[in-house]
Ligand binder design. Structure first.
Ligand code: PEP
Length: 258
């Protein structure tokens, strides 16, 4: 079974429009030399989606939102909807990122509503799941992942499951100011990915489980990308910090080549 590879960059709350445009101009040039057999996606802050999309128009590099509201429009000050992301040039949207779950209190039920809304807006959701260090220490990784998958995928049909992307992002591996945060070892990540694929098979079926793209996220960089991406059940990476410089990001894309 050969699944396509996907490398996605999560810029988080970084880059003004001018910086985003400069990044996109550079990435376009660098990736033109690398080739096109890997799906590449950047997720700028909402303000920079349209200008990034404009620069990347007519390339194979796709654009994702980092979050969205579950309603299409209404009195939700500060929020943006799926149709708005789509209109700005996004094809994908990240949902359930751990920073959304832990800083902004999003739970599986809310993420599930967003999943439905994303499909309704014709966006491909990248569903982020992952356990905290406390949960890992308590031996709860499998339980947490299974609960997150079941909760977030409630009512998502087989047809929809065929297109969605999952990102396994152990919270303890995501780089931030905490020096204890380190990437998962390739073997540990592979074990979690294989478990996630099994849960997808239980919820849907073997064909969907065999075909679904499961990305790993958490301190991926040009130095460790290849070892992680070589694992059987790891189909790509969701990259935070190392996606902010076009050169580093492109090195990770190059590491994803079969
Ligand atoms: C992320 O937050 O999605 C992420 C993977 O971040 P980093 O690569 O910086 O750990």
């Amino acid at each position: 079974m050969t699944r396509k590879r996907i490398i996605a960059g999560n810029w988080k709350m970084h880059k003004t429009n001018a910086e985003a445009e400069e990044f996109a101009v550079n990435l376009k040039v660098i990736l033109a030399k690398i080739g096109e057999d890997i799906e590449v996606l950047v997720c700028p802050p909402a303000t920079a989606i349209s200008c990034t999309a404009r620069v990347l128009d007519k390339t194979d590099i796709k654009i994702g939102g980092q979050n969205m509201h579950f309603e299409e429009q209404g009195a939700f000050t500060g929020e943006i909807s799926g149709v708005m992301l789509k209109g700005a040039g996004a094809t994908h949207v990240m949902l359930g990122h751990s920073e959304r779950r832990h800083i902004f209190n999003e739970d599986n039920a809310m993420i599930n509503k967003k999943m439905h809304a994303a499909f309704k807006a014709n966006l491909i959701p990248i569903l982020c799941i992952g356990e905290t260090m406390e949960e890992k220490k308590e031996g709860l990784t499998s339980t947490v992942l299974e609960n997150q998958l079941k909760g977030c995928l409630e009512g998502i049909s087989k047809n929809q499951a065929q297109i969605l992307i999952i990102a396994y992002e152990p919270v303890w591996a995501i780089s931030n100011d905490d020096p204890t945060h380190k990437p998962a070892t390739p073997d540990d990540a592979e074990e979690a990915h294989s478990f996630i694929r099994d849960v997808i098979e239980k919820i849907y079926d073997k064909t969907i489980a065999d075909n679904i793209n499961i990305l790993y996220g958490g301190s991926v960089n040009p130095g460790n990308a290849k070892a992680i991406l070589d694992m059987k059940n790891i189909d790509g990476a969701l990259v935070g910090g190392a996606s902010l410089k076009p050169g580093e990001f492109a090195e990770i894309v190059a590491a994803a080549k079969f």
